[in-house]
Design a protein around this ligand. Sequence first.
Ligand code: UTP
Length: 402
Amino acid sequence: MNEQVKKNIMEYKQKYLQKLTDAQVPEKLEKQLEEMDWSCLELIHRKKQQRGTFAPLQAAELSEIRKKEDLYRETGLKALREGKVGAILLAGGQGTRLGFDKAKGMFNIGVTKTLYIFEQLIKNLMQVKHEAGVWIPLYIMTSEKNDAQTRAFFEEHDFFGYDSSYVKFFVQEMVPAVDFDGNILMESEDSLAMSPNGNGGWFKSMLRAHLDEDIRTRGIEWLNVFAVDNVLQRIADPVFVGATILSGCVCGSKVVRKVSPYERVGAMCLEDGKPSIVEYYELTPEMAEAVNENGSLLYGFGVILNYLFRVDKLMEIVKTNLPMHIVEKKVPYLDESGQLQKPKEPNAYKFETLILDMVYMMDNCLPFEVEREKEFAPVKNALGTDSVESARELLKKNGIAI
Ligand code: UTP
């Protein structure tokens, strides 16, 4: 181990690592210790991120969108046909809430037939391919944990009919998880318990994989980033693309109308004059319940993790660091007797950057309302809210055979 690593282990009082002698440190572990960002460990002692002053941000509402739908669609389709739009599937998460041990996209959401989440997403994208008459480049972000299985799954299923020359995979970075006292956890004798570093690093990871070259060669100007777990996700939606382009904004965000003032979703807003997302727990009761003249909630549009970013703006902000968030998760670890423990309750902190913090770095953003029942069916949990059950109901409601 190099001197700096040894110093860090002492300084950060690492219970497990302090016991290791040089001879006991396998090469893989040594490399992880050298490459990790030790400053993360300070975060667990820090207070919550300071936020600025919030103000409402007017969304493009459904009624208004419908009036201009033809123009938006035409503009979006033109951009798609000119190859200016790419799609980014964020599939590096671990889906711990779902409790499925493979990549979430490999989950079979079907009931009487097999329908994988990845398959449904490709079907959704294929509709746009048919409408626009061109393939849309699709970049899939995986993590070291699920990269091999995700690639193999797509190969095995012949990319669900998508032209594989338009699909590229890239791998996100990992960070170590720590127990609630700040001790880095071990996953095995030769490895720290590493977790994907959140969905905020997607563009940096794309650049690390040299995909900027691909973006440039193809002439892509807009990237539509979306989550793996919303099976009703509309990808590269021409109306959304067109509306964002015509708005003159550098960013667009699909939003749904909140069902109640206190719904547990992040709402689009302005923070110190910049587009941002205010979490439900950050809203005071006055803010949560405030309405405008037509009686609708001022902070009434929740984000659904479907954003459109202009590439030149992404290039501009890529060097700026995103804030690091701490989340409590269930992380398997080696206990002091060397036994692998698989906790049933959260036992560790993971460090993540979040894509929603990228929105704040944009100069402006168009919140674009979509119909919740038609476009939002997240699969987060096995049962209950945002679950396999609720997503299946919504798929059926939308006439999709499962
Ligand atoms: P979630 O915030 O739901 O996280 O991800 P998760 O890891 O999938 O699930 P839980 O919280 O452990 O149950 C939202 C989207 O961001 C992606 C996910 O794959 C999903 O599409 N994501 C999340 C990444 O790509 N990388 C990450 O490190 C985290």
